[in-house]
Design a protein around this ligand. Structure first.
Ligand code: GDP
Length: 466
């Protein structure tokens, strides 16, 4: 399948919505109904993404927690998915995380479909949902807008085929071009972990080109391993992975972060370079002191967050005076899991201006850690200034090189400017090499590493503030 020349690539779909509205049930329902039983044997999938076929057309679903993946991708300007499903439970309507999901989807500028789930329950009130969505700026079909809406039951399966049909329609309008031949291949990290036996593991979603066994793995200019083996979502070993295919890779020398772009050759990509320098300087990671109720939770938390923050100390028990003193001395904040601090200790914390946050739900603790890490990263990231904007008119695919024919719609665009983190390495106007182009000029550009742009896209040009 990987070597076959196809005009389009499968759409990548993610499901977002409020907790308990049915994301997991829907992912399970789609997987079980559409993945050939022999392939997956009815057992749970091996990795956090899977591919199905609906009416002979492949669709990739990302199965990682939508919100975490989305914030990580957004922080790095990448796109996780081509199409989103906003799931809303019929008996609960729009809730806080529904609103958050709408924000994520709007920021990502991707098409989406509203799936009203649990329509098998009594008390389902579609009109209220439509009105609540309109209050959030989402106007569905038949309610003043054109966002498709499908009524489903993840439990009984009702409406799920219609939902898949709508996804394929939305994807068709996106004209997702096949880029199997683009070189070098690049991919987005959708989940990663450190396995006690296998070492660093990461699930990559191939964005451009084709990854092959034995390919080198680069984060910017930094070599971070070689593909020793790849498995697909069903656990089957594969030797190539084409665009939109999720694969788990063994062979990383370090655990890459979710949202990072991995390429098969070194590149100057700005964001990767920033991350690479940061990971060499642990002093730049946020400092934290961890306290948990029991050893088991403490160990689980440490292993999950140790690459994201600098853990000054981790202990079981209540927060003590010593913890406050250590936190004050190292500029750390204290993170607790099912712990507390006595009121004299709390007073000391107040005097020393030490922040303490206690969590009872582990995922909330993880979300908080991602939040403080992202905050730290954005404080450290070089400030970008916007120089101008252009509209993509045409894409010329010459195999290894892609030239984007564009029209400058505002400002000035210079060679070396950044487009979504990739650098302009060649700029031509009227068939001549030029250093810059101005408003209303048409031009052709080559950027490195390659990213996916299509006619009609409006892109911003940035440079690093001196
Ligand atoms: P998530 O938190 O969004 O992943 O939600 P889950 O998929 O875990 O679903 C939350 C609860 O709603 C579970 O108890 C499901 O069994 C239930 N549920 C999910 N879909 C449906 C549905 O279509 N109908 C009914 N009646 N219950 C559902």
């Amino acid at each position: 399948m990987a070597n076959e020349t196809k005009a389009t690539r499968p759409p990548v779909v993610t499901i977002l919505g409020h907790v308990d509205h049915g994301k997991t049930s829907l992912l399970d329902r789609i997987r079980h109904a559409n993945v050939a039983a022999g392939e997956i044997g009815g057992i749970t999938q091996a990795i956090g993404a899977y591919q199905i076929e609906h009416n002979g057309k492949p669709i990739t679903f990302i199965d990682t927690p939508g919100h975490a993946a989305f914030s990580a991708m957004r922080a790095r300007g990448g796109k996780a998915a081509d199409v989103a499903i906003l799931i809303v439970a019929a008996d609960d309507s729009v809730m806080p995380q529904t609103r958050e999901s709408i924000e994520h989807i709007k920021n990502a500028k991707i098409p989406f479909v509203v799936a009203v789930n649990k329509v098998d329950l009594p008390g389902a009130n579609t009109e209220k949902i439509k009105a609540d969505l309109a209050n959030c700026g989402v106007y569905v079909e038949g309610y003043g807008g054109n966002v498709p809406i499908v009524h489903i039951s993840a439990k009984s399966g009702q409406g799920v085929d219609d939902l898949l049909e709508v996804i394929l329609l939305l994807a068709e309008l996106e004209e997702l071009k096949d880029t199997s031949n683009v070189d070098p291949a690049s991919a987005l990290v959708v989940e990663s972990s450190l396995h006690p036996q296998k070492g660093p593991l990461a699930t990559l979603l191939v964005k451009l080109g084709t990854f092959k066994k034995n390919d080198d793995l680069y984060l910017g200019n930094q070599n971070i391993g070689k593909i020793r083996s790849m498995i697909d979502y069903s656990g089957k070993t594969v030797v190539t992975a084409s665009p939109s295919t999720p694969v788990q890779i063994i062979g990383f020398s370090k655990v890459p972060d979710v949202g990072e772009i991995i390429a098969a050759s070194p590149s100057e990509r700005l964001e990767s370079a920033i991350i690479a320098t940061q990971s060499d300087q642990s002093i730049d990671l946020p400092n934290i002191i961890l306290k948990a109720d029991v050893q088991g939770s403490l160990e689980a938390i440490v292993s999950a967050i140790k690459d994201q923050v600098n853990i000054i100390s981790s202990q079981v028990g209540l927060v003590t005076d010593t913890d406050i003193a250590n936190a004050a001395a190292s500029g750390a904040e204290i993170i607790g899991f099912n712990t507390k601090m006595s009121s004299p200790v709390a007073k000391l914390a107040e005097v020393e201006k030490v922040k303490f946050s206690n969590f009872r739900i582990i995922y909330q603790l993880f979300d908080y850690i991602s939040e403080i890490k992202e905050k730290k990263q954005s404080e450290m990231a070089p400030k970008l200034v916007e120089n101008g904007q252009a509209k993509v008119l045409k894409v010329f695919n010459f195999g290894a090189v892609i030239v984007f024919g564009c029209l400058c719609v505002s400002g000035k665009i210079k060679i070396g400017d950044l487009v979504q983190g990739s650098k302009i390495i060649s700029l031509k106007a009227n068939k001549k090499d030029v250093d810059e182009v101005k408003k209303d000029e048409e031009f052709g550009m080559v950027i490195e590493p390659q990213i996916e742009l299509k006619p009609g896209d409006i892109i911003s040009y940035q440079s690093i503030e001196e």
